[in-house]
Design a binder for this molecule. Structure first.
Ligand SMILES: Nc1ncnc2c1ncn2[C@@H]1O[C@H](COP(=O)(O)OP(=O)(O)OP(=O)(O)O)[C@@H](O)[C@H]1O
Ligand SMILES: [Mg+2]
Length: 248
């Protein structure tokens, strides 16, 4: 039998900002079809590690492997082109653009007018938007409206839809439920479960332990930039996770 290879391996990654050691030799893996939750108090280094993975910041020390190959992306676009979709807390959607335009942001499909002039293929973008939102079972009245008009949950769905459309191998979500009402939180949890069912690797960052226990296969706890422990939801209590987070 062949060993299962992780989609992502983070090995002894360190990063500092001035005098602050934001990450100190952190390591964790993400396997196909697995949801890995990153837990930790404010400032523990959760956002920093996902930004190191997704090309927002360079990391100084250690290694990050995607499908066994070392990566050090210079930009988030480069990470996206390599199958890593990151849904940042602020979502990084372009408010003034439609769902379709957001799905294709930076990767617009082109066609040729009169067989010569290159032009953006808006029809294809609109069709992709419709298809994607349908696949997510997310109802939107006006598909062509700018996403600024959408609720937090709908915006999350657009960001998740973008990850699904491009068939990302790894989907990273930083606090995706923090700004949402309860029904929308449920919806996002369901979307994470469908990404998982498709065999994608998912990194889920949340302060909400209930969400973590519901959706995670593994919980990786950070404390002050270091690994504080790794647990499986079935065999650990929320109290123990909190103890790991704060250090007794
Ligand atoms: N761009 C930056 N410049 C300077 N310091 C930073 C920067 N980003 C993060 N830090 C520092 O690095 C440490 C880790 O921050 P990080 O944002 O990764 O924490 P976090 O675990 O995501 O916290 P939260 O749960 O509050 O989002 C903190 O001490 C923070 O102040
Ligand atoms: Mg953060």
């Amino acid at each position: 039998m062949s060993e299962r290879q992780p989609i992502l391996s983070v090995r002894n990654v360190s990063k500092h900002f001035g005098g602050v050691q934001a990450l100190d030799k952190v390591s964790f893996d993400v396997f196909p079809g697995e949801v890995v939750a990153l837990a930790g108090d404010n400032g523990a280094g959760k956002s920093t590690v996902i930004k190191a993975i997704s090309g927002v910041y360079p990391y100084e020390d250690g290694d990050i492997f995607l499908d066994g190959k070392r990566i050090a992306f210079a930009t988030p676009q480069e990470a996206r082109d390599n199958g890593i979709e990151t849904i940042y807390q602020d979502l990084a959607l372009a408010d003034n653009l439609s769902i379709g335009a957001n799905i294709f942001l930076g990767r617009e499909p082109m066609k040729r007018l009169f067989g010569i002039l290159p032009a953006i293929d808006r029809k294809r973008m609109a069709e992709a938007a419709k298809e994607t939102m349908k696949r997510l079972d997310f109802h939107v009245d006006r598909l062509d409206a700018p996403v600024a008009a959408f609720s937090g949950g709908q915006r999350q769905a657009v960001a998740i839809g973008r990850a699904m459309y491009w068939n990302a191998r790894l989907v990273i979500m930083d606090e995706p439920t923090a700004a949402l009402g309860v029904p929308e939180q449920r919806k996002v949890i369901a979307l994470i479960q469908s990404l998982k069912a498709e065999g994608k690797g998912i990194i889920f960052i949340s302060h909400n332990l209930r969400d973590i226990f519901e959706v995670a296969d593994r919980i990786v706890v950070f404390r002050r930039g270091e690994n504080a422990g790794e647990r499986t939801p079935g065999t650990v209590s929320a109290d123990e996770i909190v103890r790991l987070m704060v250090g007794k």
